[in-house]
Design a protein around this ligand. Structure first.
Ligand SMILES: [Zn+2]
Length: 128
């Protein structure tokens, strides 16, 4: 049994010629999250070292886990970005931005624009 388990992929139960160890490989790859952590984040399974189950995954499943985990991170990042923007537009930032920027805009914007992009803005102002 033990010899078989070492050749069986933990995730798809198939045997492969090239197997990747689940535990201890994260440091070599330089990934922030360990492989067991990524597997458990993507699937409702328990992956712990020394639990008597296969300790290797095949390269196919390894890439699947990577893609799934990256997709999970992307979804979470996008969600937080969307919710963060909504929060900014609707809540506390509106007050501080209105109070500060309205003064800055009226006082400094004309001078800055003319100095930095003189020709274009002058012609625009004249044409308008
Ligand atoms: Zn596999």
């Amino acid at each position: 049994m033990e010899a078989d388990l070492s050749k069986v992929c933990r995730l798809c139960l198939k045997g492969g010629e090239v197997m990747c160890p689940i535990f201890g490989a994260s440091q070599l790859n330089g990934n922030s999250a360990s492989l067991p952590h990524r597997i458990m984040s993507c699937a409702q399974v328990k992956v712990y070292e020394g639990d008597g189950l296969p300790t290797n995954v095949c390269t196919t499943c390894l890439s699947q886990v990577d893609r799934s985990y990256q997709f999970k991170l992307l979804c979470e990042k996008s969600d937080s970005t969307l919710r963060g923007n909504m929060h900014r537009n609707s809540a506390s930032d509106t007050e501080s931005l209105d109070g500060g920027d309205s003064w800055d805009m009226t006082k400094f914007t004309p001078e800055v624009i003319i100095n930095e992009e003189a020709d274009e803005n002058v012609s625009l102002c004249l044409s308008i």
